[in-house]
Design a protein around this ligand. Sequence first.
Ligand SMILES: O=C(O)CCC(=O)C(=O)O
Ligand SMILES: [Fe+2]
Length: 366
Amino acid sequence: MADAPLLSSPSLSPSELSSMLQGSLQLHQFFLNPDERPQVAYDQFQEEDELPVIDLGIIRSESYDDKTDCLRKLVRACKEWGFFRLVNHGLPVELIREMDTKARKVFNLPSQAKLQIHDPEETGYGYNSGSQDGYNFQGYWHEALRFQGDSKIRKDFVETTIPPDVDNFGVTLEEYMDSMEKLAKEVATHLAVALGLPSGSFSDACKGLLMRFNHYPACPQPLSTLGLLSHLDGFVLTIIHEDHVGGLQILKQLKQQQQEDEWISVRPQFGSFIVNVGDILQVWSNEILTSVLHRVVVNNKCSRLSMAYFLGPEPTSIIQPEPKLASDEHPLVKFRAFTFEDYFKTATKLKFRGTLDSFRLTHGSH
Ligand SMILES: O=C(O)CCC(=O)C(=O)O
Ligand SMILES: [Fe+2]
């Protein structure tokens, strides 16, 4: 019986479940093939798997030696992990909390109200759930609220679709996205400097593109499904804030140690950000920096909210490696000419896995 497990899961609120199951899928249709199911639970943390921590206060400081050390650590983290934890970033925790609370309020609206948050002309804009036909993440235990475009379009969209009982959602969203854009561009600037490039090499070609709130309701059979399938982010940098629950998993690169890569759970830390390298930065950096596979595992106790901000290039930008980063150790990687738009179309078809291989002319070090 498809719905029998629901009866044995008293911790799930009926509204959380109906939010996922009101669409075209039944519970068992979220179950993945055994080889795709997670073997590591959302809260199985190992000490050796703590992400590298980058203290932005040190990079901003006047101390040349500390700053240089920290920039080296930043490059190492982006090479070896593709991810790091950003602390001392200066963004007020009150703003983060306010954004988290308001996004949660939207997800807690009845399903019918959430389904109104969409733009008929822009698929994927606004609200989507994993039980919805044609949604990129159909079949995953996930619902999302997505905002993009310039701030005028965004403001109009929010005003006409988000119910007024979520107080000033649009005001907080604009403030949060502005702060994220500044922060992401600052990180991109530090990365350019750390690689020996002029400071604007990456950030000048970027703009804030997309903000996605990810909500993963508690799931009656968490190890039979995933919240988000394993994927590579398709932008320059992603800045994620997650609540206290946990569920993000990263494929830890163990190739240097001649071992198979392994999935590790990231320990949540409210108030800090998780930053990761996207495919476009991997190309720009001549594949010195790495875009790494990650996914989300769900649990049967409580829902989880993450807020992901994506910094990207202009849609018509030609994406190519920076020739100044070519060296004996890192010969210039060759790609056929492609724009960010081309990248995105291919990535959508491939579900954001292995997209760059479609554009690669020679095989690099990945
Ligand atoms: O929910 C998370 O922690 C990760 C979200 C994510 O990977 C994404 O939105 O691309
Ligand atoms: Fe992602």
